[in-house]
Design a binder for this molecule. Structure first.
Ligand SMILES: *Cc1c(COP(=O)(O)O)cnc(C)c1O
Length: 414
């Protein structure tokens, strides 16, 4: 058993995470007489009793759920709310707020923080666009970037949020959440746990105030949804996030919410299958002479600070590696030789993806910052899927052979 589910589903009783993944957000199905979540695409809702409609609007403007009609689709959507309930259950959270993308979710959290204090602390490395957004100061808050050990020193009287990502992008480094929470003191901590999913990590249980995911990734899981979620046990934060979403119009589309909710059913199965494949690929890469370094917390020495046993249920399905050759065309040649693995950004899909962070996901990050955090020109990041592992490895050999043939000097020396 991974986690004890504390919130019992109204009509069906269960205590295990895997069951919650299948049944979460479905407590009213028997009374509705449906088996699959209804998709409510209404952009508006007919006015009924004016007095109760006014009360419903007041509730939503205050950041609560509607007391009667949802009124208008930017304010609330029942299909989105079902997916939120399901994720809250998996996260061990009081509530979840769903956004149109991971970046919309991140933005909303920083905007809520900005109402409380105009400074945030962020631990690098983090998702490229999140880093870029903070550097831009577009959201009206100042940022201090630091290391996992430097959080306490970076906090000022104006600090309203500490932002960390674990496992971090793209080198899969792990951060000890409880240590960061201790350093942050009274300042809330938000963990971007996209790489781990709640199958492997539930940051709220380790003292984080907020946990966010790009649900575009493993939560929806099939590469056909753009979505972001923030979960918390803190009602003030939840209300603040809903208020920002309502005002800025960053709500998740109900069709995307339906697909996300559907994806959750197989989340534990997919994550474990991808993780088993990743462990094999990482081990084989680590033994290959054309590979200089493999970043994967499941390898001996891969979890440098011993964080995994404290807070994670496995190393997950993302890994990164560096080619031995410093030939600038090597990553492109490697990807061009592949016949199965898809050269693409993103992660957490059923199919295996590979990308070159320095050219793609972390292109918007300053090159000196990239260098400092191990995002070298030779680094490749893979999101392992649920295909048969030997098919994947044979494709990796195509990539490695292509690199070998372009560097005859190095190949002769190994
Ligand atoms: C993809 C991603 C994001 C951004 O999410 P979008 O859904 O693309 O807006 C944020 N954090 C991490 C770790 C991601 O992988």
């Amino acid at each position: 058993m991974l986690y004890q589910i504390t919130r019992m589903n109204d009509s069906r009783q269960y205590t295990h995470f895997d069951t919650a993944a299948v049944h979460g957000g479905r407590s009213d199905f028997l009374s509705l007489g449906v088996h699959a979540p209804p998709v409510d695409l209404s952009s508006t809702y007919p006015v009924g009793d004016l007095a109760s409609d006014m009360a419903s609007i007041d509730a939503m403007v205050a950041g609560d759920n509607p007391t009667a009609s949802p009124i208008y689709c930017r304010l609330h959507n029942p299909t989105v709310a079902r997916a939120e309930d399901a994720i809250a259950e998996l996260e061990g959270a009081e509530a979840t707020v769903a956004f149109a993308s991971g970046m919309a979710a991140f933005t909303a959290a920083v905007l809520v923080a900005g109402q409380r204090g105009k400074h945030v602390v962020a631990v690098r490395p983090m998702y490229g666009s999140a880093d870029h957004l903070l550097v831009s100061r577009l959201l009206g808050v100042e940022v201090t970037f630091t290391t996992p050990d430097g959080v306490a020193a970076a906090i000022t009287p104006d600090t309203s949020l500490v932002l960390i990502e674990t496992p971090a992008n793209p080198t899969v480094s792990l951060i000890d959440i409880e240590d960061v929470v201790r350093q942050a003191g009274a300042v809330p901590v938000m963990v971007d746990a996209t790489f781990a999913t709640p199958v492997l990590l539930r940051p709220l249980a380790h003292g984080a105030t907020l946990v966010m995911h790009s649900a575009t990734k493993a939560l929806s899981g099939h590469g056909d949804v753009l979505a972001g979620v923030v979960s918390s046990n803190d009602q003030e934060w939840i209300r603040g996030l809903r208020q920002i979403r309502l005002l800025t119009g960053s709500v998740l589309h109900p069709m995307a919410a339906f697909l996300l909710h559907r994806g959750l059913q197989t989340l534990p199965v997919r994550v474990r299958a991808a993780q088993a494949n990743a462990q094999v690929i990482a081990s084989r890469l680590a033994e290959h002479p054309l590979v200089a370094k493999v970043y994967y917390p499941g390898l001996p020495g891969g979890d440098t600070h011993g964080v995994m046993p404290k807070q994670m249920h496995g190393p997950g399905g993302v890994l990164a590696f560096e080619l031995v050759t410093e030939h600038p065309d090597a990553p492109a040649q490697f990807m061009a030789a592949l016949k199965l693995i898809v050269p693409a950004v993103s992660l957490g899909s059923t199919d295996t993806l590979i990308q070159h962070p320095a050219s793609l996901t972390h292109r918007v990050v300053d090159s000196s910052v990239r260098a400092e955090h191990g995002i070298s020109a030779q680094l490749m990041r893979m999101s392992i899927g649920i295909e048969q592992v030997d098919d994947l490895w044979n494709d990796m050999l195509r990539g490695l052979n292509a690199v070998e043939s372009m560097t005859p000097v190095l190949a002769a020396s190994v």
